[in-house]
Design a protein around this ligand. Structure first.
Ligand code: ADP
Length: 268
């Protein structure tokens, strides 16, 4: 607790700006606060800055590229050291990076970016081993997580022989094996067939962690997330109840999105 009645946010981002080394501004003063246990959708057109924002949540980006804060940065884009991202009250910086990465589970859009071992079990056990668990504990945790994603039978298979849907679930097991308090999911349903999508949605729904889900699948966002953030041009342009944001066709169209069919026909 932070002394007030509000709980410490699971994710707090203050005035975060970021530009890539080629000078392209990807984030321009992003503010957001996610409370423990919330599920929040991050939506916006391609190039809005969603992936860039997600990568900041576990400190993957600032070390690799030029980062600046609009707050306190001068006109020529000089960097400042003002912290701008906190996870469970912990500032995301080089010193805290290992703990932040333990707390934030990032599921990449492309499972091939995440799978690298010679067996599914080894892949899922990698995280716990890396966190200092014994081989026996890491194996037990990995098998439990494979069970949770309904992939227990695939433990000894070669990851790149799995179907796309199985790969996604193997990646999710790998993320869960590190017991993150915040789950950051980048396009979790992209390229899944309807059955695989439904299965994945149900798995995500059952997870108790705080969730931030970047997606173009607005129907999934409606199902899983009470609140939505609309990002465009590196700025949060709307933040509110998912139903309200997705129920505003003018707002959606202005930012390259369309009202989900279920809202259009009044099914939700
Ligand atoms: P989204 O995930 O919403 O599609 P991104 O975060 O991928 O948006 O991109 C935000 C902006 O940053 C875009 O203008 C994109 O072209 C740019 N960008 C993304 N990655 C890089 C990179 N590695 N180098 C330079 N510019 C990048």
């Amino acid at each position: 607790m932070n002394g007030s009645l509000d709980p410490t946010p699971a994710v707090l981002v203050r005035d975060l700006a970021f530009r890539y080394p080629d000078g392209r501004h990807a984030l321009r003063g992003v503010d957001l606060r996610i409370l423990p246990g919330e599920s929040v959708a991050l939506v916006g057109p391609n190039g809005a800055g969603k992936s860039t924002l997600l990568l900041h949540l576990n400190g993957l980006l600032p070390g690799k590229a030029a980062s600046l804060h609009s707050h306190g940065a001068d006109g020529d884009g000089r960097q400042t050291k003002t912290p701008s991202v906190w996870i469970d009250g912990l500032e995301v910086n080089a010193r805290n990076a290992p703990e932040v990465r333990r707390r934030v589970g990032l599921l990449f859009q492309d499972p091939d970016d995440q799978l690298f071992s010679t067996s599914v079990l080894a892949d899922v056990a990698f995280g716990p081993l890396n966190l200092g668990k014994s081989r026996a504990d890491a194996r037990r945790i990995a098998l439990e997580c494979l069970e949770r994603v309904e992939l227990f039978e695939a433990a000894d298979r070669v990851p790149h022989h799995l179907s796309f849907g199985e790969k996604k679930r193997a990646c999710l097991a790998g993320v869960l094996a590190c017991e993150p308090s915040v789950l950051v999911l980048d396009e979790p349903t992209a390229n899944l067939d309807p059955r695989g999508r439904r299965r994945f949605i149900n798995l995500i729904r059952a997870l108790p962690a705080t969730k931030l889900i970047a997606t173009h699948d607005l129907e999934m966002a409606l199902e899983l997330c009470g609140r939505a953030l609309l990002l465009d041009g590196g700025r949060i342009v709307a933040n509110g109840l998912t139903r309200n944001i997705f129920g505003d066709p003018t707002l959606l169209e202005a930012h390259g999105l369309e009202m989900p069919l279920s809202l259009m026909i009044g099914k939700r």
